[in-house]
Design a protein around this ligand. Structure first.
Ligand SMILES: Nc1ncnc2c1ncn2[C@@H]1O[C@H](COP(=O)(O)OP(=O)(O)OP(=O)(O)O)[C@@H](O)[C@H]1O
Ligand SMILES: [Mg+2]
Length: 502
């Protein structure tokens, strides 16, 4: 087969959902041995197109062709038989099964000579796959006990079972560390050398430039162009994706921080062993550190979702010791969690209910009657503030695109009376346009006097937004420094526990 003849084609695909034309006459063609990027804003239709490839969603029209032959995909199993393998954005793991069981789900498990399942052999096989991927993760415990990053690795492992010819990755790096991303890219290059095809979805354009050969750009359900990488620069790409250019910078702080209203002393629990800081009204405090440094744990200790073993907190000079998130929310302390699927959203409920959930008592009269009109109009307002793309506020959250789900989590806190907002990777999975909207919202909240504690693995984001930084390493606090003038390199040196070289 000649290399420039597509072996897989999606032709003129249409998918209409009630109120949303998710995919609008889109076509995609993949060559053997290429890494093909698929990019577009939140809700552009990328995941829908991928679910159609996987046979999980039926298109209203259009054809799927492999080597010129028409495929009729009715289920994920059909796609697997044709050599297609997927890492979906939602990972789709079975939480109570082990990593090894998830990796080989739907494939024959190894048997002992008595005909029972050979668990040891199963685990060994799974371990070997993870080892080849260069990823360290336990495969013998239920995946519900793993972090989101570890779950992503299991999901990657599953995609590499069998000898798939086309591997589709929908935002695979969303919760991987730098080192894991390096490993993933190494594996992708190997696949390419073996003439396999990778379809790669990401909002991180630097990744697209690094790993892809060609890119298909979508906007509002349509394909707006297919380009060899290098034919476009980053800002041309952004313009095609979101229909406008971006002022690339993070908005500057609008006001000086006010008085200290929150203090933490000797806080310990989970991984964290002794953290202390003051937070001023309107201040943005960044928590820096490597994955596993205990950054998220600090947020959860403050939020009452992890019980502190030691330490004290004061809010407005009064001791603050929330026994649950409900306590924290009552005191005006909110969290946008990393695990939005588990902790952030009620997926099967409409957008509006998810937005108004924590603030419901404001709309209730004697807690019995919810004032629908007021709820609706407040919901509309915040939905617009975060540029939410949904058919209506009655749409269920699990029908929104990944990035728009993140905006719902954010939206709910915009109309609650807040003192302090804890943000854990707030822009993960969010497109470039919306990312800057979120930066603007964070700045506005700070300008309104809300104290913000920010965890982000994106150093540019962290340094661009934070006034001050706490550096954590293996649960210990190494430094408390002003962010101004600090370079990414210097910060990384701190994170690795080295003296920064200026
Ligand atoms: N099951 C569904 N029911 C109704 N609408 C849906 C459903 N699934 C997706 N949509 C809508 O289709 C559109 C495309 O969504 P899709 O998930 O394909 O976007 P995406 O490009 O993957 O976005 P993101 O970058 O945020 O993941 C969105 O407007 C979404 O709300
Ligand atoms: Mg998606």
């Amino acid at each position: 087969m000649v290399d420039d003849k597509p072996w897989f084609v999606l032709n003129d695909i249409v998918k209409q959902y009630p109120g949303v034309l998710a995919v609008n006459h889109a076509s995609l063609s993949l060559l053997p041995g290429e890494v093909h990027g698929l990019i577009g804003g939140n809700g552009a239709g990328k995941s829908t197109l991928i679910k159609i490839m996987a046979g999980v969603v039926r298109p209203d029209r259009g054809q799927i062709l492999m080597n010129g032959e028409r495929l009729d995909l009715h289920s994920g199993n059909d796609a697997y038989r044709y050599g297609l393998s997927f890492i979906h954005q939602e990972l789709n793991l079975v939480p109570y099964l082990s990593g090894a069981e998830n990796i080989f789900l739907g494939r024959p498990y190894p048997k002992t000579r008595f005909g029972t399942i050979d668990w040891k052999a199963l685990n060994r096989r799974a371990e070997r796959i993870m080892l080849e991927l260069g990823m360290r993760v336990r495969v013998d415990v239920p995946v519900s006990r793993l972090t989101r990053g570890e779950q992503a690795m299991i999901s990657l492992g599953r995609a590499f079972v069998g000898d798939a010819r086309i591997i589709v990755m929908d935002e695979p790096t969303a919760s991987l560390t730098d080192e894991e991303i390096r490993n993933l890219f190494r594996v992708i290059r190997e696949l390419k050398a073996r003439q396999r095809t990778v379809l790669y979805v990401s909002h991180r354009l630097d990744e697209i430039f690094e790993i892809c050969d060609r890119v298909t750009i979508m906007r509002d359900g349509s394909v707006v162009g297919v380009y060899p990488i290098g034919a476009l620069n980053q800002s041309e790409m952004v313009r095609l994706m979101i229909g406008r250019s971006l002022g690339e910078s993070i908005p500057p702080a609008q006001s000086r921080a006010g008085r200290v209203f929150f203090r933490v002393e000797g806080l310990a629990g989970g991984l964290v062993q002794g953290v202390r800081f003051d937070l001023r009204e309107g201040e943005i405090l960044g928590l820096a550190g490597l994955v596993g440094a205990g950054r998220s744990e600090v947020l959860h200790l403050i939020y009452g979702s992890i019980k502190p073993q030691r330490g004290q907190m004061w809010l407005d000079d009064k001791p603050f010791s929330p026994r649950s998130p409900a306590d924290a929310i009552r005191a005006g302390v909110a969290l946008v969690p990393e695990e939005r699927h588990q902790q952030g959203l009620v997926l099967s409920r409409p957008v509006l209910q998810n937005i108004t959930l924590p603030a419901l008592d404001r709309f209730a009269w004697r807690s019995l009657f919810v004032n629908r009109a007021a709820e609706q109009s407040a919901g509309q307002k915040v939905a617009q503030q975060v540029h939410l793309k949904a058919a209506s506020l009655d749409q269920k959250v699990n029908q929104l695109s990944g990035g728009n789900q993140q905006k719902v989590v954010f939206a709910r806190w915009l109309q609650t009376r807040l003192r302090m907002l804890l943000l854990d990777e707030p822009t993960r999975g969010v497109d470039v346009g919306a990312r800057f909207e979120i930066y603007r919202i964070i700045r506005e909240l700070a300008a309104a006097g809300i104290g913000i504690v920010l965890v982000s693995s994106d150093l540019q984001e962290l340094l661009g937004l934070a006034d001050r930084l706490i550096v954590l390493r293996e649960g210990r606090q190494l430094a408390d420094l002003p962010a101004a003038g600090l370079s990414q390199e210097a910060l990384l040196h701190y994170c690795y526990g080295e003296v920064p070289c200026e």
